[in-house]
Write a protein that binds this ligand. Sequence first.
Ligand code: SF4
Length: 227
Amino acid sequence: MSAKTKKAKPKVSKTEATKRVGKILPILKKQYPDAKTELEYGTPLQLLICTILSAQCTDVRVNEVSRELFKKYENAEDFANADLTGLELDIKSTGFFRNKAKNIKAACQVIIDKYAKKVPGTIHELTSLPGVGRKTANVILSNAFGIPAISCDTHVIRLSRRLALSDNDDPVKLEFDLAEIVPQKDWSVFSHTIILHGRRVCKARKPDCENCLISEFCPSANRPDFW
Ligand code: SF4
């Protein structure tokens, strides 16, 4: 068996996972004191648009596109009334642009019709918008409204597995598992710091365990068979 061959990991113990969170979270908070989304936005609506654009796209590219986009479309009505083909062209470089343009227009129409032109501030209302799943909704809740929320993106999924915090890699099941082992007041800071740690240290192909400040508590440290 090669070193890279995956082994079945031991089943996650919720008690151990809770203890592990208690050890790693203070370290991550200290390491990434200003952790928040790297998407650039000024209003909840702009964050909603950026988050829809960020599917399968880097934050850097989204920020490049959105800087120009927000000069052209200033509010929900501008997006809802936008010419579909024109909007597709404006966001084309973020990928999946046809679907994203359709969802942006439709979501903005619902915001106008049902929510008095304001992005709603509950998970239930946000996930009722076209193109908005729990991951997007949680990004908006935590960053735009300051409401504790865990957003399970690819980094949170990968690091939760490596750190043995959950057996689930389905994002919704994982979110509920994490909500049980992370104190509610820390939900947002947990996901923001884990995302940064995943981007900078615990990368998908080659985690830098040698320079990882939480390696002491990580069951996958220097274990390529667990990555
Ligand atoms: S020790 Fe390695 S696998 Fe564990 S979190 Fe750090 S970089 Fe990732």
